[in-house]
Design a binder for this molecule. Structure first.
Ligand code: CDT
Length: 301
């Protein structure tokens, strides 16, 4: 069974005016810090290369498309792939993907330790709304700019570990974890951009939002006997705050490492993937204990 040191590269704010090159330089700095700690796989946030642009209402498609990547790697991100390969660190990060057919997805990729992309995921659960909503304190227009992912929740055997990806709002849905759990997943990586305030309930409070994030990640880990790394983009982006709270969770649901800031910050934890076996072979042995004859409503409505 494999052991890997898993790192989380929480990122602080990215302003609208920040170039891809400047952001990639920050990502490489976090990669160097990770290498110094012996990290073998590093997890970056959702939409890691840009500001969280779905907060901005745009009508001009050319303006929207400037936030999207047409290929991966590309000129701006190649230095990150090169340095990761040189350091022998597998990486996963999120970005906005514009396909050759003109389709728009909120995407993440994962590489092996040689810098080769081995998996791609496109965000399934898109929160927010399509049109400008004057009732909200801020906009969350993911449903306007992306279509729901079309690849499902796949897993890959990468560096000896069965890995899968999810993105931000996916963490709040038990189906996300279970579909990967049914494929034997041992590590789920997930990046997020979560506003610190609820656009429809201003006084909700940061503590409650952090609690719900951890509750989801920890429950998903425990109920599927898998490690989970949930990594934030945090900080104040052009006046709009995003929460931190990045965590690495073990298959018992315990937090192994947790970020303390809303800045660029490395967290890491040595993970022994043999620790997934007990839960998967006992209380969460799905083949023995699930009662799927009672689960039909989950997919029929
Ligand atoms: N990026 C993302 O999915 N954020 C959502 C915010 C939901 S509020 C519309 C999240 O679940 O954290």
């Amino acid at each position: 069974m494999t052991k890997l040191v898993i790192g989380g590269a929480q990122m602080g704010a990215i302003q609208k005016a920040d170039s891809r090159e400047a952001v990639v330089a920050r990502m490489i700095d976090l990669l160097e810090q990770a290498a110094a700690k012996g990290v073998e796989m590093l997890v970056y946030p959702e939409l890691a290369l840009t500001t969280f642009f779905p907060r901005w209402y745009m009508e001009d498609q050319a303006e929207v498309d400037q936030w999207f990547e047409r290929e991966m790697p590309n000129g701006a991100t190649q230095p990150l792939f090169d340095r990761a390969r040189d350091l022998g660190i597998a990486i996963t990060f999120g970005y906005a993907e514009l396909t050759p057919e003109g389709r728009h997805f909120n995407t993440s990729i994962v590489t092996d330790r040689k810098g080769e992309i081995v998996g791609k995921y496109r965000k399934v659960h898109l929160p927010g709304h399509v049109e400008y909503d004057p009732e909200r304190s801020h906009q969350h227009l993911e449903k306007r700019y992306f279509e729901p992912g079309d690849l499902g929740f796949n897993v890959w055997r990468n560096e000896g570990v069965i890995m899968g990806m999810a993105i931000c709002n996916d963490r709040r849905w038990p189906e996300t974890y279970r579909v990967m759990g049914l494929q034997g997943v041992e590590l789920i990586t997930l990046g997020y951009n979560t506003p610190s305030v609820n656009s429809q309930m201003g006084d909700e409070g940061l503590a409650k939002r952090l609690f719900h994030s951890k509750l989801s990640l920890q429950a998903g880990a425990y109920q599927n006997a898998t490690f989970v790394a949930g990594i934030a983009k945090a900080g104040v982006e052009d006046g709009h705050p995003l929460m931190g709270g990045s965590v690495i969770v073990d298959p018992n649901g315990f937090i192994l490492a947790e970020a303390s800031s809303e800045e660029d910050e490395l967290i890491f934890a040595p993970c022994d993937f043999a620790d997934c076996a007990f839960g998967k072979s006992t209380i969460f042995d799905f083949a023995r204990h699930r009662r799927i004859e009672h689960y039909g409503r989950i997919t029929s409505q």
